[in-house]
Design a protein around this ligand. Structure first.
Ligand code: ADP
Ligand code: MG
Length: 494
């Protein structure tokens, strides 16, 4: 269905060299994201993760004869919000269609999806790659039902079906074939995940299976016609998506360089072997015989509804990044790290407000994120609050403590809690800015090391050693800048 328009200028940095010359890899993704909603797309059954098998199944989900689907308006709102977040066209009229196929975990015998009239039309996702920005086209977003799950490993000779997921709402987000490297594809999935989470329209948690990607890959000689693609189904991590693309591109290149042709087919990625394998060829592909679902009316809404959704959209990652750079003077690098998760941004802004924002960004990224990562925790589980960290940063800013002492204070805040100012007071960690006290130490060290002091005049690098000695003598409490200046003066370094 996609009209294949080439939006990119071939970039030699991305080419994969082969025996017959360079190759360009073309990638398009179909991402399935579970809609965040308490109940399913056409029934009141719960969408909760886990629970006993077949606990969350209504008569509609079990496809009992005579049951009629009723669309859940929350899912419509979520799709529209997502469309707006993808800067996409929102279609005021869209139609549910039946996609017919047989599978034991699909009791209806068809999946209710959208075909030629999806709820969301063309949009874009912006990527900031190391080489510069890239715009990835979104072809469409449509709503559809998830299927149930077949369980084959619970009994030696029987299979079971769990319908808990049957009828859960999914958004299928289809990209244009606009990506040219596995890095871009990985960045695309990560960005989409961020946007969905900011919007609160999907948990987008790949580990829980509520974000899955079908990865379409083809190769061509740079700037030539698009080649035949293979679709790798149901890749469930960003890392695996990257690996699958790398493997698949090289496989296709090898076939073509051997004089062979690529057959359009569906493949799967085996993450243990690190390879893709054929599942079914185009000839074996289903003929879904789509037709408009006669049990459901078209979805129709007006501009006022779209405007209402647009009015309560949160600030999204791209805008936040731009604002962090202009408002707080952050580097692109720091802003990029912060804006991945909305909660991290809130934490940072709470720390930064009215304080030294760059210092705040450093502490949040290096210390807080660093330690949370190590402990496998997210920002909501941080043992240190933004207020506690903010208090400590004020003490650094007004020279009450040095950056070095701050590390100790941070450690105490992290493991024992408390208030930075009180800790500093109680433990006597205040920085010594009293020049007289510093001078006494400086004089003592120089007097004890007259030869070194002489050498330092020629080799100013030695000054660091003296600074270290004074810091040691003051248990790290001397103001390092003052120590440095005084040493230079006393020793006589230019
Ligand atoms: P279908 O309707 O059969 O699912 P589409 O044309 O809608 O196929 O495309 C499905 C996905 O495959 C889209 O993400 C699209 O960008 C991608 N795609 C299409 N052609 C190519 C190609 N030659 N190489 C890589 N990806 C492609
Ligand atoms: Mg498709």
């Amino acid at each position: 269905m996609t009209q294949l328009i080439d939006t990119r200028t071939p970039d030699p940095k991305k080419f994969i060299p082969g025996a017959t010359g360079d190759w360009e890899v073309i990638i398009g993704l179909e991402v399935h994201a579970q809609v965040q909603s308490n109940s399913k797309l056409f029934s009141g059954a719960a969408t909760a993760f886990g629970g006993e098998q077949n606990d969350h199944v209504s008569l509609v989900d079990a496809a009992m004869p005579g049951m009629l689907p009723v669309v859940n308006s929350e899912c419509i709102r979520q799709a529209v919000r997502t469309g707006l977040g993808l800067k996409a066209q929102v279609n005021k009229r869209s139609v549910f269609a039946r996609k017919n196929y047989f599978y034991p975990d699909l009791p209806q015998g068809y999946q209710i999806s959208q075909f030629d009239q999806p709820i969301i039309g063309p949009g874009t996702v912006h990527l900031d790659m190391p080489d510069g920005p890239v715009e990835i086209g979104i072809e469409r977003l449509h709503l559809e039902q998830d299927a149930g799950k077949s369980l084959h490993d619970q009994h030696p000779s029987m299979s079971f079906v769990d319908l808990n997921r049957s009828g859960v709402a999914l958004m299928e987000i289809v990209s244009m074939p606009d990506m040219r490297s596995s890095d871009e594809a990985k960045a695309f999935i990560a960005k989409l995940r961020s946007i969905l989470r900011y919007l609160g329209t999907s948990d987008a948690d790949m580990e829980k299976g509520n974000l899955r990607a079908d990865v379409n890959v083809s190769v061509r000689k740079p700037g030539g016609e698009f080649g035949t693609r293979c679709e790798i189904k149901n890749v469930n991590s960003i890392r695996f998506a990257g690996q699958a693309i790398e493997f698949e591109a090289r496989r296709q290149i090898a076939v073509l360089e051997d004089g062979g042709t690529i057959a359009q087919e569906t493949r799967l990625y085996d993450s243990v072997k690190g390879e893709t394998r054929s599942m079914r060829s185009k000839e074996e592909a289903h003929d879904y015989r789509y037709f408009p679902d006669p049990d459901l009316l078209p979805i129709e809404f007006d501009q006022a509804f779209i405007d209402e959704m647009a009015a309560d959209l949160p600030e999204l990652p791209d805008e936040k990044k731009a604002r962090f750079i202009s408002q707080y003077g952050l580097t692109t690098y720091d802003a990029d790290i912060l804006v991945v998760e909305r909660q991290s941004c809130d934490f940072f802004e709470d720390v930064a407000k009215g304080r030294d924002a760059k210092l705040a960004a450093n502490w949040v990224i290096n210390e807080v994120f660093g330690r949370l990562n190590k402990d496998g925790k997210n920002i909501q589980e941080s043992p240190i609050t933004s207020a506690q960290l903010g208090g400590m940063i004020e003490l650094i800013s007004d020279d009450t403590i040095s950056g070095k002492i701050a590390k100790d204070v941070f450690e105490i805040l992290w493991t024992e809690g408390g208030d930075a100012a009180e800790i500093v007071e109680k433990k006597g960690l205040k920085q010594v800015t009293d020049l007289g006290a510093i001078e006494a130490e400086v004089d003592k060290i120089i007097a004890a090391n007259p030869e070194k002091a002489e050498q330092a005049k020629e080799k100013p690098g030695l000054l660091g050693w003296f600074v270290g000695q004074v810091m040691k003598a003051t248990q790290g409490k001397a103001n390092p800048k003052a120590v440095n200046e005084m040493l230079r003066q006393k020793i006589g370094v230019e």
